[in-house]
Ligand binder design. Sequence first.
Ligand code: 13P
Length: 248
Amino acid sequence: MALRKLVAGNWKMNGSQAALAELDAILAAADAHTTLDVAICPPFTLIAPAAARVPGLAIGAQDVHMAQKGAHTGCVSAAMLVEAGASLAIVGHSERRADNHETDAEVQAKASAAIAAGLTAILCVGETEAERDAGHALAVVAGQLDGSVPREGTGDTLVIAYEPVWAIGTGRTPSVADVAEMHAAIRAKLDQLLDDEGPKVRILYGGSVKPENAAELMAVAEVDGALVGGASLTAAQFVPIIAGAAAA
Ligand code: 13P
């Protein structure tokens, strides 16, 4: 089943008020390509100003806390994100799994909190280079999905992003065959975990997506869009990726 593609930008800890000017051209590209969805996930501090500047563009967060409120200094709840204007939240990014020691169970709780508040959760999975070299990539990702997919997730509320850790920010990408193999395996796992909703959950590829490789990657079976880091920071790079995905 061909799903409507989603091209999401993850600005990570980059951006400023001035950088929001990039969103004007990104919104224009989103409006020009009505066959797919486009989103930008800026740092927390830019969510509200981004949503105010481009109300027609989906804005997401890069993390969310699993609790509704309380004594969690420095954290942000799903309801706060909704109030700020977000409609999505990334959970379980490999940088947070590594830097903040987030476990699959925590990632699952964050995804559930996001969904309960009306956000779409973009749940990231992916193997390290050592795990791939050892032949364990499929098993590692299957384990992450078992441990972190919220079983109430649906095609509307849950998106999976396959981001091999070794491809993030390195300029390296897996072969088309390896992407196809992994995405087929993720689809099979979602079908098992989510029954009728499994086939409807979009599976994004992330890791060094650029204007030059976007169309090829987006044309792979079971690739339903992209999660883009560095190349989402400027409209000059991100708009051609949107166009490449629309053409795939
Ligand atoms: P890059 O596109 O910079 O490799 O980052 C990918 C990523 O981690 C998106 O979440």
